[in-house]
Design a binder for this molecule. Sequence first.
Ligand SMILES: [Fe+2]
Length: 167
Amino acid sequence: MKKPTELLKEEHQGVLQKLDALEDVINNLEHKEKASARLKELTSFFDTDFWVHFDKEGKALFPEFDNFMPRGAGPLAVMMDEHEVLRETNVVVHEAVTRYLDDDDSAAVIQVIRQNGTHFIEFLRNHIFKEDSILFRMAEMHLQQAQNERVIRLFAEIERTTKSDLK
Ligand SMILES: [Fe+2]
């Protein structure tokens, strides 16, 4: 059976590919026809599926760190704060993308998408790097088999409940 950190790292690889695609699109917003379809697909990913991943970390994996890492301080607190920054930046990007798709593709709107989108992309790449290289490595050292199994069960539950929420 795969460890929860292995599953999350695989999801990170998928997210990094979406970020490359997003970077490409926000550099080509002047070609609206081409950009629109890809932009819709990417913003829908970052509005929905992506948060399931954060829940898996924040609600299933990180709580298992309690016996070796404090929750309200240090690296775990930093990761949770970064999740919030990403949520907030995503809202700003989403609003600007909606305006762009709804017929306001002015330079000002493009500028908002580009600035905040770039921030989102760079911030998230860095965040993933820190999780993969620091937090997940520590989880792999400290978590017992029973804990890994519990986390995997919670992942399935999070996927199930979040998907039914979206319907
Ligand atoms: Fe992550």
